[in-house]
Design a protein around this ligand. Structure first.
Ligand code: 2M8
Ligand code: MG
Length: 266
């Protein structure tokens, strides 16, 4: 079994970033040696502190599916760092994204501000992160969040320009995110499921937990989905409702409720 989970509003409380209500389940999964795989729009730099705090050993997916980080036992033939971890960029590199953004800004004179244009203070005031957190959110490898400062029609024009360059625009809680095309949380989690099956020569079941529209591709990829009650306006519609459980509770309470639904007494 593999567990894929979103962080904000799912494993972590939307406001307090607390995960206490999920702790008992995290311990049960650790004892049963079930990998808990983060699938988040946060950067790897933002993921590491929590990953270490929870004592995880699984891979994780950062930047909305843009980048997969593999521990030594998952790395396969991928070129690894000194510590044995490998990093696979599934979308476009941030370098390429920034080059395209600069070119589009100049030739089309569109108004937007990306994280690369912002000071740490600006990111703090937009996100409520502290200085260290904002600095970590800025260390991006495969996506660029931005604030749109131009008209709605200019945004549609921008979207088409990006498609022409092999990039895509998605929507997060606060920002627009520029990413490589067809790269999302579902594709990244499918990639890891295949990697696991290759390494172990057997099929594996998967559960995906999340609360937002950007989690839909993940819900549609896993065997069983937990749609955590959230605060997004957009309805969360999945391909197969019979493989989805919608929680009553929000955040980490909902997280525990969803796992109990699929895993208790089975
Ligand atoms: C950004 O992501 C969220 C995802 O929904 C957003 O668009 O609001 C990212 O920059 C992420 O790295 C950061 O932690 C988060 C902070 O609010 O904002
Ligand atoms: Mg979320």
């Amino acid at each position: 079994l593999l567990i894929f989970t979103d962080l904000d509003g799912s494993l972590l409380d939307h406001d307090t970033y607390d995960h206490k209500p999920a702790r008992e389940w995290l311990e049960r999964l650790a004892t049963a040696r079930v990998p808990v795989i983060f699938n988040t729009s946060k950067t790897a730099a933002e993921v590491w502190p929590l990953y270490r705090e929870l004592g995880l050993t699984a891979p994780f997916i950062a930047e909305n599916g843009g980048c997969v980080h593999l521990p030594p036992d998952w790395a396969g033939d991928e070129p690894a760092d000194d510590d044995g971890w490998a990093r696979v960029v599934l979308g476009a590199s941030r370098q390429r994204i920034l080059t395209v953004l600069e070119a589009v800004r100049e030739t089309e004179s569109l108004r937007f501000r990306g994280f690369a244009d912002m000071t740490v203070e600006e990111i703090i005031s937009l996100t409520g992160l502290d200085a260290a957190g904002a600095e970590r959110a800025r260390q991006r490898e495969a996506s660029e969040p931005l604030v749109w400062k131009d008209s709605a029609s200019a945004l549609e024009h921008f979207r088409l320009e990006l498609i022409g360059a092999g990039l895509e625009l998605t929507r997060g809680g606060r920002f627009h995110h520029v990413m490589g095309e067809t790269c999302n949380k579902g594709r990244a989690c499918g990639w890891l499921i295949s990697r696991f099956e290759q390494l172990h020569g057997a099929g594996v079941a998967s559960i995906g937990l999340g609360d937002g529209p950007n989690d839909i591709p993940m819900f549609d990829t896993v065997d069983a989905a937990v749609i955590i009650r959230g605060r997004h306006e957009q309805p969360i519609e999945v391909r197969d409702e019979s493989r989805a459980y919608r929680t009553r509770a929000e955040g980490p309470q909902g997280w525990a409720e969803g796992l109990a639904h699929w895993l208790d007494d089975e």
